[in-house]
Design a protein around this ligand. Structure first.
Ligand SMILES: Nc1ncnc2c1ncn2[C@@H]1O[C@H](COP(=O)(O)OP(=O)(O)OP(=O)(O)O)[C@@H](O)[C@H]1O
Ligand SMILES: [Mg+2]
Length: 232
């Protein structure tokens, strides 16, 4: 695989058992994403966006075809190897924030660094940096139930970014936000993309997100029907 390729998908099919038969959620996807892209999967509800992100994120496996992420073949990884790939290289931002309600903003963002066994001094430096990126300095000791939806979303993004992952997978990251918060978060992601060279792959039907994308990959019925690069 070329150095600049971070995701390579060939003839990907994903089927789910349904009743006595099967449902084909992804029906022959061919797609390559390069390092540093700011790309999004766009398509109607049920078109397969989340399913595709889940396979790329090694949370699910292909039924057939191949998916290679950072030189790891997703279908061939053991559960342990997949967990290691996620822990070391991937950042996830989900529509529901999945924050720990009893822990502070600081502790939520620190969590991935504990898994990676960073020492205390380095953890502190990295957490404070991520808190600054996302403008959460005055909420550092707050816990998620004391935060607004937009603030929770920013904590989730800080937690995904704190370890400086190669690839961030973001499924409807602005679903619960107002326009101003959505734009702030997208601008922050753009800066992180530019400064850290983090690759972003979104799944979205939000026009605000779509307007920031530099590559728009349109899905319908589990297929890529269009793939446009924004030239500016
Ligand atoms: N575990 C599953 N078992 C059976 N069918 C599934 C499963 N997961 C997804 N599907 C089906 O696969 C199709 C694609 O689902 P997916 O969640 O990828 O859509 P999506 O594009 O993310 O939609 P949305 O915009 O609503 O989030 C849907 O028809 C869904 O019902
Ligand atoms: Mg979805």
């Amino acid at each position: 695989m070329e150095n600049s390729t971070i995701i390579r998908i060939e003839k990907l099919v994903k089927k789910f058992p349904m009743g006595k038969g099967e449902f084909t959620a992804l029906n022959g996807i061919d797609l390559t994403v390069g390092r540093g892209e700011f790309a999004g999967l766009i398509g109607p509800s049920g078109s397969g966006k989340t399913t595709l992100l889940n396979v790329v994120g090694s949370l699910d496996v292909p039924s057939s075809g191949s998916v290679t992420v950072l030189d790891h073949s997703i279908g061939e990884l053991s559960a342990k190897e997949a967990a290691l790939l996620r822990k070391q290289n991937l950042g996830f931002i989900f529509q529901s924030y999945n924050l720990f309600a009893v822990h502070t903003v600081y502790e939520n963002i620190e969590f991935p660094l504990l898994l990676l066994k960073y020492g205390p001094a380095e953890r502190k430096k990295m957490v404070l940096e991520a808190i600054e990126w996302l403008g959460l300095t005055d909420k550092i000791r707050s816990k998620p139930p004391q935060l607004s939806g937009g603030e929770c979303q920013r904590v989730a993004i800080a937690r995904a970014m704190v370890k400086k992952p190669s690839l961030v997978l973001a499924d409807e990251p602005t679903a619960n936000l107002d326009a101003a918060n959505s734009h702030n978060i997208l601008k922050t992601m753009e800066v992180l993309n530019r400064e850290l060279k983090t690759t972003f792959l979104f799944a979205t039907h939000d026009e605000k997100v779509i307007s920031y994308l530099r590559r728009k990959i349109f899905l319908a019925d589990g297929k890529v029907i269009n793939d446009e690069r924004v030239t500016s």
